[in-house]
Design a protein around this ligand. Structure first.
Ligand code: ZN
Length: 188
């Protein structure tokens, strides 16, 4: 089972924002989030689509990522298989962001369920969308697909979009670091 493309996209944006904004460890090294313009650019890039760049103001970008600690808490709870805790955070987010489902037609006239905020402004629109993406994931068989990287010295989050749902790492780099360490341990 796979996510539909709209939900997949919302989950990818959640992952990107959490991983940009959260200090900690990334792929084997300490990670400090960028500041100032670099941070705003990173947030803008995370919310851009091919052919549809997003250009938030600094205050919009920084307001959007107010929800990052809650988004991250959902991945952490899902990683522990504590779906009740993850659901509680998502329900709070849905409430706080005023998420509003709506059927929107694409260019071919096919209707897809999209999630809007109380208004379609950058901050409220995205916050509601991100909360809704996580809600759809947790409300399906795919809640276990949200995770935190299992590699040492890495706490980045990911969404497992693989066919069989066996992903454990945030990136190919972490996967090969762990493989290499296991190989060294075997041949020592
Ligand atoms: Zn990792």
């Amino acid at each position: 089972m796979r996510f539909d493309s709209h939900i997949e996209r919302l989950l990818e944006v959640s992952v990107a924002l959490v991983n940009i904004v959260t200090p900690g460890d990334a792929r084997g090294a300490a990670y400090e989030p960028p500041t100032g313009k670099a941070l705003v650019d990173g947030i803008a890039e995370a919310t851009s689509q091919p052919g549809k760049p997003s250009c938030p103001t600094e205050s919009q970008a920084l307001s959007l990522v107010d929800v990052v600690p809650s988004l991250r808490a959902v991945f952490v709870a899902a990683e522990r298989d504590d779906l009740a805790a993850a659901a509680a955070v998502v329900n709070e987010l849905l409430e706080a962001t005023g998420a509003r489902p709506r059927l929107d037609a694409d260019e071919s006239g096919r209707h897809q369920l999209h999630f809007h905020g109380p208004d379609d402004g950058y901050v409220r629109g995205w916050q509601a969308g991100l909360a809704s993406g996580l809600a759809v994931a947790l409300g399906s068989d795919l809640g276990g697909r949200l995770g935190v990287c299992a590699a040492p010295v890495c706490d980045r989050v990911y969404v497992d979009g693989s066919k069989n749902g066996t992903r454990r790492f945030c990136s190919p780099q972490c996967q090969s670091r762990v493989k290499a360490a296991a190989h060294r341990a075997r041949t020592r």
